[in-house]
Design a protein around this ligand. Sequence first.
Ligand code: ADP
Ligand code: MG
Length: 594
Amino acid sequence: MPIRVLPEQLIHQIAAGEVVERPSSVVKELIENSLDAGAKQIAVEVEDGGVRLCRVRDDGGGIPRDELMLAVARHATSKIATIDDLERVGTLGFRGEALPSIASVSRLKIVSRTREADLAYALTADNGVYSDPAPSSHPVGTTVEVRELFFNVPARRKFLRAERTELQHLMRVVERLSLSRFDVGFTLSSGRKPVTTFARVESDEQRHARVAEVMGHDFVANALFIEHESLGMKLWGWICLPTFARAQPDLQYFYLNGRMLRDRTLANAARLGYQDVLFGGRHPAYLLFLELDPQLVDVNAHPAKLEVRFREGRLVHDFVFRTIERVLRDTRPGAHAPAPPASIETILDKAASNNMWPARGPEQSRFLLGVSEAPSAPYRAAPSVESAEVTTTDEQAPVDTPPLGFAIAQLHGVYILSQAPDGLILVDMHAAHERTLYERMKTAMADDAIATQPLLVPVLVQLTRADADLIEEHGESFKTLGLEIERSGPAAVQLRAIPTLLRRIDPSQLLQELLSELREHGTTRKLDERLNEMLGTMACHAAVRAHRNLSIAEMNALLREMERTVRADQCNHGRPTWTHVSMQDLDRLFLRGR
Ligand code: ADP
Ligand code: MG
């Protein structure tokens, strides 16, 4: 075949391949256009899962008659004009491709009226044939109607799913976009039946309700509100407690300057923020908003604009990672004493009455989590007890009762029962002890100061030759962990010193376990990166086992240590270490009115 220039319509259709995958991608582009046009109310109507019809109506600024034709022309946009503009895009769109692409694979109609015009004008595009703008009626704003999607691209039509599935995609898109702009109202209806309605948020309760509706009430009840600003970047939103982690990464929403993203850098940063507090293979849930100077991001990196390129990727990554990490470090009992465990509702209600959304101003800072550089006392939410009556921070709890109260008994050698100011606290003693030991050892290791003790009689451990080689090769790392090991034969090593904390355990058994961990993860990855995990294994060994009887004094010592230990609300694997049953909960159990 000779080289030829492709017909206009085909060029559009090829471009459409990148942007228009299914009805929900059409609706995403149309809603983004409405938002860019300053709409405050956006109505989406679909029929047959959006395949027969997607109609998006807004009350934005509208399109002047003379520009209607340009709106559906390729590479025509009102959002950028120069390369400088491209480097600081503040709108959701800027490529000028969505409308022509959509028009090339559907029957499109735009009706629009600007504030200045007396009349609305309508334009249709059908299989590449455009009509002249004709007078029509429409209030100020725009309606874009997309009918019979892919009617002229049979190959694409085959990929469309059942109406119900497409409708679900549509709902997801509307929900996600609704979280990007609380000040805009959204409705979605299907076959004239309302499916989703988000009224414009006018109060903090409504904002709270919108988050709960999209993310689920469980999420809100188990989330911490965070806000942190530094280096010209701001991160705010909600992150779930580690104990609320999920089996799938399905509740991870990131918005960058109001644009919803699926970005690896940010997802990795968040994941790293949860390191050490998450049960293996679990995924955190979060709804996060990152705001930074548009000049620091290149949004021109993905046709559907779902990915971006950060000019300072490392900086952004570390900012997000550290912010989350610091918040989670403060998940420990009474991190903001003397408040009793409060539900997130308390915080949100509290926040509402302080106009915290979006929080600004120093007098609100005590409601923010301890993520500022200054050693401020963080406010935190413990796992909430459903509908417990709420005590606010303003009410002083008795000063001399520590957050986890005083131990009164041990239950079946597994749980510590403790009397707290307003009820009962239950502590999983092994899990709690494991965390406190782990954190202590981590700190010691960072200072290169794990206390070790030489063994009076070195312990000889028989191994395979390969394992002995492995240990010899990683001798320095083992030393950092507080284990002094020497080769003492082709297939044997000698343990000469162990961490003091581990003095009561069987050292050869521990060594075997560390070795199997090393082998399992291969030796290619540097041991340094695994030191924390190895410490975790050591902590697990050293922690009190179930069925060990503890004295009241020992139990109290553990409770006090938990209060001092960062991340003590969950064990090394992300399970909760303690929980709280209030007097009210108990009263309710016994139908006892108070
Ligand atoms: P882009 O959004 O990248 O500019 P589009 O093809 O999506 O490209 O839209 C082209 C142009 O049409 C926009 O730049 C805008 O000026 C205009 N436009 C599209 N939709 C709307 C709308 N709902 N309200 C007002 N103007 C719109
Ligand atoms: Mg657009």
